[in-house]
Design a protein. Structure first.
Length: 324
């Protein structure tokens, strides 16, 4: 199955617009409303279902769209309990309907494709319908992985998980994406696109420390050996310029043995996270002759996920060289 140019263009546009507005919201307010993801999941689901119907991909595969939506819905609500059906509202009833239709897709596909030759599947020699069903199942398992990582704290932000789950809904497999312009090479196996964008975002995230370090060196913020521990993740800012800034203050005044001293923290204190720099801290820092403080900007992971869209589309799977 090759990607349809029209559907691919619409998918890419949907993902870019969704992630751009989410990144802006998370950067400016440190929050993305659940309604944002639900709103953008509607066109993503419609595009996926429309393409499967247009390509006559089989009933099981079409029903798998409902299974994907069901997995996506777990980011927001718990699976409906049939024993409490009388207490359901419209949302619970709708989610339960998706679970039923999705179950048909999973069970129907499992019965129809239980004798799949996995060597042929990996090599791409299986039929289009078989490959598609397993790819959609892989997308569901990918969402499950992100939800599990969220529940144990490996992924901190709920919005990050919802963004990754939406990517799995937009691009459940590489078959729905156009060919990459600069692929890392042919490989017998590729991780799901949602997992690939997660790795690309992590790679972009790792680029930030050396960039920040070079910025501090250029601005002359590294004046002592002790500044090296701060220069890779924070920048200096004059106290007088510190107002309603989206940054955490890492420079604080503490008292030990009756003497005040200036401490630069690697991580922000709870007080800094909640209130930024307080008037009392500002006054105490000024009294000690401190004119500038180390601050670290709040860079939501969704911002990195947004930028990761471009290497995903241009290069593809970052692990491709390992599966040649």
């Amino acid at each position: 199955m090759s990607a349809d140019p029209l559907f691919s263009t619409l998918r890419i546009s949907t993902l870019v617009l969704c992630m751009a507005t989410a990144a802006r919201s998370d950067y400016e307010t440190l929050h993305v409303r659940d309604s944002h993801w639900v709103k953008w999941a509607a066109p993503a689901s419609l595009l996926l279902a429309s393409e499967l119907v247009t390509n006559n991909s089989g009933l099981s595969n079409i029903c798998m769209v409902a299974a994907l939506i069901s997995a996506f819905s777990i980011c927001f609500v718990n699976p409906p309990d049939p024993r409490k059906a009388r207490e359901w509202g419209r949302i619970e009833a709708s989610v339960f309907a998706f679970f039923i239709i999705g179950s048909i897709g999973i069970l129907g596909g499992a019965l129809a494709y239980s004798d799949t030759n996995f060597v042929d599947l990996v090599l791409g020699d299986e039929s289009t319908e078989v490959t598609l069903w397993w790819s959609l199942l892989g997308a569901i398992l990918t969402i499950g992985f992100f939800l599990a990582a969220w529940s144990v704290g490996l992924i901190q932000g709920g919005a990050d998980v919802k963004a990754l789950a939406l990517v799995a809904l937009v691009f459940p497999s590489w078959a729905f994406m156009p060919d990459q312009m600069y692929p890392l090479g042919e490989s017998v196996f590729r991780i799901p696109p949602a997992m690939a964008i997660f790795l690309w975002a992590g790679a972009v995230f790792l680029i930030a420390p050396p960039v920040i370090f070079l910025q501090n060196a250029y601005l002359g913020n590294i004046k002592a050996f002790s500044d090296l521990k701060m220069a890779w993740h924070a920048t200096k800012k004059p106290i007088l310029e510190f107002g309603e800034s989206k940054a955490w203050v890492l420079t604080e005044v503490t008292e030990k043995d009756g003497q005040e001293r200036v401490v630069n923290r690697i991580l922000p204190s709870k007080e800094s996270v909640s209130h930024g720099i307080s008037p009392d801290q500002r006054e105490r820092l000024s009294s000690l002759g401190i004119e500038s403080v180390w601050v670290t900007s709040k860079h939501p992971f969704i911002v990195y996920l947004f930028f990761a869209i471009f290497p995903l589309l241009l290069i593809g799977d970052p692990l491709a060289p390992f599966f040649r």
